[in-house]
Design a protein around this ligand. Structure first.
Ligand code: NDP
Length: 408
């Protein structure tokens, strides 16, 4: 193993692990009010919050519901998911609002104990990832043959693509039911406390509304998420499970959290313009994802924007033989290959913008997301190029730009 591989597989994972774990705690203290403190092991209240919330997330997957089959893996496994995401969103939001109505102190508890809650999430995510590592090595549930790697890398990357635990799919639990719901409830609580402490500001309302609508859109489309890289490519390990259990609640909510201790300074009129642009960006992002889902569901026998769709017919090899697929080249997918990422970044920038005038902190999420998605463009292209070969090249000729026509 050369130096690059040693660094990548053995040295980098523990460095990332320590810096990101401590990083979220640091951000929570920096963004909090004067005197915000944290303890490495959390406190009783923060353990109670995380335990109740995890139970609620599990419950949503245990209740009988319609099932959805995810895409079959290259080793012939079809993952099964609960298809009740939007119901989970609605019930959770209504119950949380009712709780806040009766006991607004809950929102204050979430703000004041944010660092402690993250400490508990950190510990819970570590325990889960260690368990997943051992389970994946000792009793893997699929027939997939995974090449052994250094242990630190296996922990970071994860072992299995679709492990199940307590009768549920682990990534549906950590990504969809824990991380994204924590994001929703936290931004709601942060807005309520921001209004309680700073007076009602349109700016803080806009930050919350945009994210609540974005998350409603996610839950409406949850079954489409099971076809994305997070689910089909990433293994359940520190990268994705810690990412969703800790990084999402800590970092994705940060613009909202920051505005509690730092009153927004932008005008109401500007905030309303941001709201309109943000809503349009969310609608466009949804529409683009929907077009692909609709096209795949109808196997290309459909119309978009009043015209019959055009596509490239592709074949690829899997361990169960040759398969067929189609790559859409019309509608919004005919403009650029990752136009959905452009609107994702625009929407995120819109819910960071109400923090304008308060330094770089409220913009950290938009900056991070831009880096993440540009990197993801290349990750996805690598995957698609390996999968589709000449057909992918043909597709790139028909739709030559990645994100912005004429530029990139
Ligand atoms: P895409 O929705 O672009 O899906 C990529 C996959 O779609 C490819 O791997 C390929 O899979 C298939 N595909 C690519 N081009 C075509 C085409 N022309 N026609 C048909 N199928 C095609 O990316 P993501 O899964 O990354 O993102 C999904 C959503 O999630 C987006 O809205 C994105 O913005 C959002 N997102 C948000 C993040 C956040 O942190 N906020 C992070 C990542 C994504 P196949 O093998 O099936 O052909």
């Amino acid at each position: 193993m050369g130096f690059y591989d040693t660094f990548r597989y053995t040295i980098a994972p523990p460095i990332l692990l320590v810096t990101t774990t401590l990083g979220v705690q640091f951000l929570a203290v920096v963004g909090g009010h004067d005197g915000t403190s944290f303890s490495v092991f959390g406190d009783a209240a923060s353990w109670a919050v995380v335990a109740v919330f995890m139970l609620w997330a599990l419950l949503s997957l245990w209740v009988p519901s319609k099932q959805f089959n995810g895409p079959i893996t290259s080793f012939g496994y079809t993952p099964r998911y609960s298809a009740n995401g939007f119901q989970y969103f609605c019930v959770s939001f209504v119950v949380f609002m009712a709780l806040l109505w009766k006991w607004p102190g809950i929102a204050e508890l979430l703000v004041d104990r944010f660092p402690q809650i993250l400490a508990v999430c950190n510990i819970a995510a570590f325990i889960l990832c260690i368990f997943l590592l051992v389970k994946g090595k000792v009793t893997p549930q699929s027939s997939e043959v995974v090449e052994p790697m250094p242990l630190t890398y296996e922990f970071y990357r994860g072992m299995e693509v679709h492990p199940r635990l307590l009768g549920v799919d682990v990534k549906q639990l950590t990504n969809c039911r824990f991380g994204l719901m924590a994001w929703l409830l936290l931004v709601t609580a942060f807005c309520v406390v921001g209004w309680m402490r700073n007076g009602v500001t349109v700016a803080h309302g806009v930050v919350a509304i945009l994210q609540i609508i974005y998350l409603a859109k996610f839950y409406l489309w949850e079954t489409g998420y099971f076809d994305t890289l997070d689910i089909t490519l990433d293994r359940a390990g520190y990268y994705i499970c810690w990412g969703c259990m800790v990084w999402v609640p800590a970092f994705y909510t940060y613009s909202s959290y920051y505005l509690v201790a730092n009153k927004p300074v932008i005008s109401d009129a500007f905030a309303l313009v941001i709201l309109l642009v943000g809503l349009s960006a969310i609608a466009m992002n949804y529409r683009i994802d929907w077009e692909k889902e609709y096209f795949r569901k109808h196997d290309g026998n459909c119309h978009l924007w009043g015209r019959k769709v055009s596509y490239i017919e592709a074949t690829y090899e899997s361990s169960t033989g040759m398969r067929r697929s189609k790559l859409l080249t019309s509608g919004l997918w005919g403009i650029a290959r990752k136009l959905n990422y452009v609107f994702e970044i625009l929407a995120a920038t819109c819910w960071c913008l109400p923090g304008l005038g308060l330094g770089i902190w409220p913009f950290l999420y938009a900056i991070f997301l831009t880096v993440l998605l540009v990197h993801r463009v290349f990750r996805d292209e690598e995957k698609c190029s390996a999968k589709y070969g000449q057909y992918w090249k043909e597709y790139c000729k028909v739709v030559p730009y990645r994100m912005i026509p004429g530029i990139f």
